[in-house]
Write a protein that binds this ligand. Sequence first.
Ligand SMILES: [Zn+2]
Ligand SMILES: [Zn+2]
Length: 363
Amino acid sequence: MNIKARKFGGFRAKNQLTDRQDLFIGRMRRGKAISVKERQRKLYTNNKGDGGGYRYRGGRMWSGVYDVYELELTSVKDNTELRKLLIDTTGYFEKDSDFLFLLRGKGGYVSDEVLGTFLPIVVYWVYSGLYLMLGNMDNYRLHSKKDEDEKNLVSKKEVVKGVLLQQIVQAAVATVLFAVTGDDGESGADRHASIFVLGRQLFVAMLMLDTWQYFMHRYMHQNKFLYKHIHAQHHRLIVPYAFGALYNHPLEGLILDTIGGALAFLVSGMSPRTSIFFFSFTTIKTVDDHCGLWLPGNLFHIFFKNNSAYHDIHHQLYGTKYNYSQPFFVTWDRILGTYMPYELERRPEGGFEAKPVKDCKEH
Ligand SMILES: [Zn+2]
Ligand SMILES: [Zn+2]
C-alpha cells in the first residue's frame, strides 16, 4: 500500500523514522497495556498501548493523553478505509511498509467523561448568568419581583450555596463512578455515528431520564418523610428563578440527576462524547424551566410543552400534585392523570400569570 508522506497533526509520516521518533514509539510501546474492547475496529491489531503522557511536537516531548494503535496495513481494505481511519487520528508514524503507528487523542488533555461531568456545571452558571444579566424583565415575568422577594422561603445566598454543594457532591460521585467503571477513552469509537443513530440515542436518553424523574419526583411528594427531609428544599422556591433550578437537597441531586443521568446514558448507548452534549442540554433545559419568564421566541417554549410556565404550576402551593414531569416531555403526567393544563394571562402590572384551567386549588 502506498501511503503518501504527509504532515498530520504535527506528525510526519516517513519511510524512515528518526532516532527520536523511534525512541518515542519505544516509550509508547512500553506503556501500560490496556484491555482491548470488543467494539474496537477490526482495523487494528490487538496491540494497544497506553500513551501515558508523551506527545512529540516540534522536537520536544509534551505531556498529553494519547492511545497508540499498531495498525497492520494488510488489514485495511482500501485507501478510502485508510483515509477514514486517519481522519480520526491525531498523528501517525509509518514504521515500515506493513505497520503504521497511529496516535489517537482522547480529545486533548481532558477525557470526555470529565467534560461530561464538569461542563454542565459551567453551562449551568453561564446560562443562568445570562438570565441574571437580562435583569427584571417586568413585562415577561410569571410572578412579580415583589412576589419573588416575599414568597420564597430561602435567600439567594443560600440558594447559591445549596446549588454549589449539590454540584460538588454530584461531580465527586460521578468522578468516583467513572474511576471504578471507567472506560479507557474509547469515546471516539462512534465518532462517525450517523445523525439517525445520534438522534435515536438522544431521544431514548430523554425518555429514560423523564421516566426516572417522573416516578422519583412523584414519590418524593407522596412519601411524607422524603418530601419533608429532601424534596421540600426545592419547593422553598415558590417563585423560581434560573440559578435556583438545581437548588435541591444533595440526595435529591444524586437520586434524580446522577442516577437518572447514568441510566439515560447506559440505556441509550450513547458515547461519552455524546453525553457531554446531552448533559449540557439537559442542564440548559432545567435552568430554562425555572427561569420564571415567558419570553417571546424562546425555543424551549415553542418545542416543549414542558416549559417554564408548566413547571411554574408545580412550584405553586396548589400545584404540587400536578405537573411532576421533567425535564423534557409531559407524557407521564398525561398518562397518569397528573397533567394540569393552564392558561397564560396578562397581569395588569405587566408580565404573565400561568393559571390552571381546572380548579386544582381545593385538592
Ligand atoms: Zn416537586
Ligand atoms: Zn423545580
